[in-house]
Design a protein around this ligand. Structure first.
Ligand SMILES: Nc1ncnc2c1ncn2[C@@H]1O[C@H](COP(=O)(O)OP(=O)(O)O)[C@@H](O)[C@H]1O
Ligand SMILES: CC(=O)OP(=O)(O)O
Ligand SMILES: [Mg+2]
Length: 402
């Protein structure tokens, strides 16, 4: 290995987030985002801290993930950070579903690609975008190692009691139906960062991590290992999300099909893309929902209340799963920024040792911080996630060992 830089690609269903890092000091040379891919109003925002940090934006149609990645490569080139650089050691890809086989970061070859493809039915919004990202990057730099870092990897330590659904065992095994969990790179990073914030080793602490972004999931982490998480076979189970329903009675699906006359594809779209906050109130952005709540909007209020009610149920459930909880960590777009969500999530739970201090909770910062009162039995923390740094670190360590 000659170079010291790693490019990280996080391809979502309609966006690509990317970062170029120098692994000698983990510094960011460039960060960016392409969003609304496939629409007329696609937007690329590119910020090169290595080149003065002045952000550049372009809007206009970007048809697909391949075009998005080529546009990213071009932007990087303008700063002399192009994909042709000999400094580039590897490209690290976030891959959402890795099934049970991938418990570690993995160098991508044809067999790995085939496996990611085989898992598309259980991550239909994510794995196809991840695959396009990998194939486009391979075409641009066929000589470079490309590494997959799986969302599911951190959750492979879950005991069978948490990972199995209570359905017929043979049927479940035949179709590999079990709870896999997602956002694992974030849950791993944040649980470790929370231990560090408490000045303890990860092995010494039990943490409930609440990753609240557009997709949202909770996990129970005992001594650094995941013992339960809210997402399941697919990223649809669990918390109320931006556009996904999270938990519901599976009979809702039979009812919509038999009585409502909906097709399976229509129900899939309903639950994954038209439910959650957007289904409840027409908005999936927590900033907009809070603005509407503050104006007295009833539908936004109900959506917020349903979101919080589900979140509190998972906090209580994972408290019981762990037995002893040292910290609850809020992370991702909503968890890091929405003080009212953190406040409502633990309101009235003093009996469990949980509380937030109003003043601490209102501080805005990019740093990990405590928002619980001085001397609280359970620390409540805001711990910004950094999936890209974690992916880069794992990628660089793997290619360094080859
Ligand atoms: N200042 C803020 N206040 C409240 N919510 C916010 C704020 N900034 C971002 N969010 C929420 O974070 C979400 C995006 O979170 P993020 O972790 O970036 O999601 P993803 O990685 O799934 O795209 C937005 O949809 C919005 O609801
Ligand atoms: C797995 C998942 O839900 O990811 P995201 O939050 O990026 O949609
Ligand atoms: Mg995210």
């Amino acid at each position: 290995m000659t170079g010291t830089r790693v490019l990280v690609l996080n391809s979502g269903s309609s966006s690509v987030k990317y970062q170029l890092l120098d692994m000698r000091d983990s510094s960011r040379l460039a960060v960016g985002l392409v969003e609304r891919i496939g629409e007329e109003t696609s937007r690329l925002k590119h910020t090169p801290p290595a080149n003065g940090g002045q952000a550049r934006e372009q809007t206009g149609p970007i048809a697909d993930h391949e075009a998005a990645l080529k546009a990213v490569a071009e932007e990087l080139g303008k700063d002399g950070l192009g994909l042709d650089s000999p400094e580039l050691a590897a490209i690290g890809h976030r891959v959402v579903h890795g099934g049970r086989q991938f418990t570690e970061p993995t160098v991508i070859d044809e067999r790995v690609l085939a496996e990611i493809e085989r898992l598309i039915p259980v991550a239909p919004l994510h794995n196809p975008a991840n695959l396009t990202g990998i194939r486009t990057a391979q075409a641009l730099r066929p000589d470079l190692p490309q590494v997959a870092v799986f969302d599911t990897a951190f959750h492979t330590t879950m005991p069978e009691s948490a990972a199995r659904y209570a359905i017929d065992v043979e049927t479940a095994d035949e179709h590999r139906i079990r709870r896999y969990g997602f956002h694992g790179t974030s849950h791993a990073y944040v649980s470790r960062a929370t231990a560090k914030l408490l000045g303890r080793a990860p092995e010494e602490v039990n943490v409930i991590v609440l990753h609240l972004g557009n997709g949202a999931s909770a996990s129970a982490v005992r001594a650094g290992r995941c013992v339960d998480t809210s997402m399941g076979l697919t990223p649809l189970e669990g918390l109320v999300m931006g556009t996904r329903s999270g938990d519901l009675d599976p009979a809702v699906i039979f009812h919509l099909a038999r009585v409502g006359g909906m097709s399976m594809d229509e129900i899939d779209t309903l639950l994954n893309k038209k439910s959650g906050l957007i289904g409840l109130c027409g908005d999936n952005d927590m900033r907009e929902i809070r603005r509407r709540v503050d104006e007295g909007d009833e539908r936004a209020r109900l959506a917020f209340d349903i979101y919080i009610h589900r979140l509190r149920k998972y906090i209580g459930a994972y408290y019981a799963v762990l037995g002893r909880v040292d910290a609850i960590a809020f992370t991702a777009g909503v968890g890091e920024n929405a003080a009212p969500v953190r406040e409502a999530a633990v309101a009235g739970l003093e009996g469990l040792g949980l509380a937030v201090d109003a003043e601490r909770n209102s501080v805005r910062s990019e740093e990990p911080r405590l928002v619980s009162p001085e001397g609280a039995r359970v620390a409540v923390a805001v711990v910004p996630t950094d999936e890209e740094l974690e992916i880069a670190t794992q990628t660089y360590a793997l290619v360094g060992s080859l």
